[in-house]
Design a protein around this ligand. Structure first.
Ligand code: SF4
Length: 357
């Protein structure tokens, strides 16, 4: 145990990555960085952290922000429930806790959107509390170093790794130790092609010694992704177009989209699309003019694969009775709304954003 800890801390002494939230002691900013970095690479998360810190330097300013503004700032980062939970938690801290961030592991863990990993990170970084982080990096490093083949996606494996991680924690400097093991997993013991030949831990690393690096960490289930086909209807009349906020809890809650027809396969012809039962009834068929179809766009989510097709449809006349959930907007104002990444890609590709230049 001590050997691992010493080797790791020696490695960290030489490879400490300077990041803006390291050495930070303000639990609000640490929490912000941890929520942004969940399922996100550091390079991608960094500008978002700077942006949020500049807009909302403390928990009260984030709590008082408009939901649409928070979502717009978050746009492009994915996993949007993080932004919604973060906003709700900021309101809770601001209104119910008098703006004071909780100071114990248990109270931090009870915050919405905060799991054991994030609670351990915040409590060790901000308050020096002895709680070991366990994330994908930690599973990988420990599974390889100790040659553990218990599946990490089942309860016994999770328990075993959590106990081992806690036993390995350097309780005299828990924050620094947690940073070290996360950085080691992110920089040295990376998922594909780890830098074993230049690794100071290789003498004691079981996976390396047995030439079994690819084997670890072990997972029991193979993720099966569901394919979904989204047909977005980009109606245009003169300079205006029509969008709506997603209210279903499915994916992309509270982001904006064009009116959507979803099916379990690609609808190849425009006439077939017009015959779908969920064709918007506020667009009478006689008003439909010329149309064109975009190239396909694809976005991989954790459990699903989204295939998107955009039908740009000009209208001969403005729709007469538009439902309340539909937002009529000038095309050049689309940049003010937060869209899922796949729609952003379409808008950029379609040069609509360029009209602003
Ligand atoms: S030797 Fe390779 S697998 Fe083992 S800890 Fe180092 S980088 Fe990871």
């Amino acid at each position: 145990m001590d050997i691992f800890q010493n080797q790791l801390m020696d490695w960290y002494q030489q490879h400490d990555r300077p990041l803006p939230w390291k050495e930070e002691k303000d639990p609000y900013l640490i929490w912000l960085s941890e929520i942004i970095l969940q399922q996100t690479r550091v390079a991608q998360g960094l500008p978002y952290f700077e942006k949020f810190k500049a807009h909302y330097p403390d928990v009260t300013s984030l709590a008082n922000a408009a939901a649409d503004e928070v979502m717009k700032l978050w746009e492009g980062l994915g996993y949007y429930s993080r932004a919604r939970n973060m906003h709700a938690t900021a309101k809770y801290i601001s209104q119910d806790l008098g703006g004071h961030f909780p100071t114990t592991y248990k109270d931090i863990l009870s915050l919405k959107g905060v799991g054991p990993y994030t609670a351990a990170a915040i409590s060790s970084f901000a308050f020096g509390l002895p709680h070991a982080v366990v994330d994908g990096n930690v599973y990988r490093v420990l599974a390889r170093y100790f040659g553990i083949d218990t599946p990490i996606d089942q309860t016994p494996g999770k328990k075993r790794f959590a106990e081992l991680a806690q036993a390995l924690l350097d309780t005299s400097q828990p924050g620094r130790y947690n940073q070290a093991i996360m950085d080691f997993g992110a920089v040295q013991c990376v998922p594909k092609s780890p830098k074993c030949t230049a690794c100071p831990l290789q003498d004691c690393c079981q996976a390396f010694q047995e030439d079994q690096i690819e084997r670890y960490p072990v997972k029991s289930k193979k993720l099966v992704k569901k394919d979904r086909f989204f047909h977005f209807l980009v109606f245009e009349h003169e300079d205006t177009t029509f969008i709506q906020r997603r209210e279903s809890k499915d994916i992309w809650l509270h982001l904006y989209q064009f009116p959507l027809i979803e099916s379990d396969q690609f609808i190849k012809t425009f006439s077939a699309l017009q015959q779908q039962s969920d064709w918007p009834n506020w667009i009478p068929q006689p008003t439909v003019g010329e149309w064109s179809l975009s190239k396909p766009f694809k976005q991989e989510l954790t459990h699903q694969r989204i295939h998107a097709f955009f039908f740009k449809i000009s209208l001969k006349a403005a729709p007469k009775s538009i439902p309340t959930e539909i937002v009529t907007t000038e095309r050049e104002n689309l940049t003010k709304f937060a869209f899922p990444k796949i729609i952003d890609l379409y808008l950029k590709d379609n040069s609509l954003y360029l009209k602003l230049l």
